[in-house]
Ligand binder design. Structure first.
Ligand code: PGA
Length: 266
């Protein structure tokens, strides 16, 4: 099964509206001829930028006509209501945004998101035919205690608990991002061998809940200090289908080179 690779940038709380055109001009220039042949018949990966809410509307206009997708970084699980400061699935869809990060470890650690709220958001995204990029991963303490697989398995349990009842055609929109918390923003990425081990485990867990054919289709991204230095090794792993990239996605030239590396791999 050939799974199209994904390179997704996560800008977090960075960049302003005035940065958008320069960033994307530079990104597209750095891609060179690849920018023109970004079509699904080539090895060109799916390129996604998860950007702040305030930039979504302009962002989608700037990348129009390009094979670049814009995603949000979070959304609420309810259709509407008294949730001051929150954004719903339909509000994102109004802007033409179908992709959304869900359950990033910074949301879990700094903003009190739990496995339960993450599961509700994933359900809501899929119900609205959106493409959730759902983050899982262990902390340093959990890794040192040898609990990585257990922690990730528990997170996958929560995510799939309710969505297993959705039709497979909707369910297959889900993208998983394995992001070991200790690797995020630290410059200390997981080794590709360790990442492959956890990705394989995640795929097996998903297969056991739905079917092995389904498990083979799902794309699992690695995130946590992914950069130009390690992306090739990571992407060589059979179960690593792409990267969720924070710091290195803020630099248009570096991120374009990472896309180039992914395109040139077979
Ligand atoms: P990083 O962030 O690439 O800066 O480690 C990744 C992420 O948080 O998604």
């Amino acid at each position: 099964m050939v799974r199209r690779k994904i390179l997704a940038g996560n800008w977090k709380m960075n960049k302003r509206a005035s940065d958008l055109s320069d960033f994307f001009d530079m990104f597209i220039t750095s891609l060179g001829p690849l920018a023109a042949r970004g079509d699904s018949s080539s090895n060109f990966p799916e390129v996604i930028f998860a950007i702040p809410y305030t930039l979504l509307s302009d962002g989608i206009k700037v990348v129009r006509q390009r094979e670049i997708e814009i995603a949000a970084q979070n959304m609420h699980w309810a259709d509407s209501g008294a949730f001051t400061g929150e954004i719903s699935a339909s509000m994102l869809l109004d802007l033409g945004i179908r992709r959304c990060l869900i359950g990033h470890s910074e949301r879990r650690q700094l903003f009190g998101e739990t496995d339960e709220t993450v599961a509700k958001k994933v359900y809501q995204a899929l119900r609205n035919k959106m493409i959730p990029i759902v983050c899982v991963g262990e902390t340093l303490k959990e890794r040192e205690e040898g609990k990585t697989e257990h922690v990730v398995q528990n997170q996958i349990d929560w995510i799939f608990k309710d969505i297993v009842h959705l039709p497979e055609s909707i369910l297959e929109n889900i993208i998983i991002a394995y992001e070991p918390v200790w690797a995020i923003g630290t410059g200390k990425a997981s080794s590709s061998a360790d990442a492959q081990k956890v990705h394989l485990h995640i795929r097996a867990e998903i297969s056991s809940r739905i079917s092995s054919q389904f498990g083979e289709k799902i794309r699992i991204l690695y995130g946590g200090s992914a950069s130009l230095k390690n992306i090739e090794d990571l992407l060589k792993c059979p179960d690593v289908d792409g990267g969720l990239v924070g710091g290195s996605s803020l630099n248009p030239e570096e991120f374009a080179k990472m896309v180039q590396v992914a395109t040139e791999m077979h």
